[in-house]
Design a binder for this molecule. Sequence first.
Ligand code: AMP
Ligand code: ZN
Ligand code: FE
Ligand code: FE
Length: 292
Amino acid sequence: MRIDLHTHSTASDGTEPPSGVVESAARAGLDVVALTDHDTTSGWAEALRAGERLGVRVVPGMEVSCLAHGVSVHLLSYWHDPAQAALEGMLDASRTSRRTRARTMVERMTADTGLRWEDVLAHVHGQATIGRPHIADALVAAGVVADRDEAFATLLSGRSPYFVPHTAPDPLEAITLVRAAGGVPVLAHPAASKRGSCVGDAEVEEMVAAGLVGLEVDHRDHSDAERRHLRALARSLGLLVTGSSDYHGTGKRNLLGENTTDPDVLQELRSRSGGAVRAESADRAAGEVPGS
Ligand code: AMP
Ligand code: ZN
Ligand code: FE
Ligand code: FE
């Protein structure tokens, strides 16, 4: 059983529509694929339908952009209720800020590159969550850079004069809202240092206190040494360990199924989903000694 719990579609910055991601998953021989677009669940319905058609189990997920005191943190959430107002309000604020921020970045580079906001919008599908990859695609189409990699290494890098951050919730707040919506939070690529600074072990421990359930350990942005460290950290904090591709279609080199998650872990993740009240009473039933 092959399980990949982290992929992106055109609902955010992947290059294939949600149904296309599931088709690619079937072709790659996956039994289970999670769709985890940035800050949106708008691809769920299409992906779930494709999964039924193709005999692939689709796990509805999302990757929440967070900022922990200036450090970018990505939080995966699975099976949360997308209708939960507090969670959706937080996501809506992030999506709006992402759009404003992208527009500001483009305005900063117009004089130097000729790129205009309309050029970027031509690469955004409908109401997709906008990210730097969409600016990258417009820069590629305009012949300014060769591919997304070159764009991220130059004009779009965090050190570029054109770079603008977007607002995002603290991970502790995001974890709380995901759990309140019945979701299962897993910290994405916690040690991907080439993307920028990462959170330390003490911050992960705080996230566990807030309700974090797992760590994405097997990810191409982690070295062997980082994986060993994260596995030990997960063991000491009682966290589940996942592995996944972070597939973006042709937008990144990551290939479906290049890292996978154990079937027992998937089952355990699923068992942690559900309403906050239900989870609490389940914890009580399982753990606490009455009257102690
Ligand atoms: P943003 O969310 O707008 O800050 O853009 C960061 C996102 O761009 C990451 O979550 C990745 O999905 C994607 N990304 C980062 N580096 C690259 C790269 N070199 N090539 C393609 N996509 C990238
Ligand atoms: Zn992405
Ligand atoms: Fe990420
Ligand atoms: Fe991702």
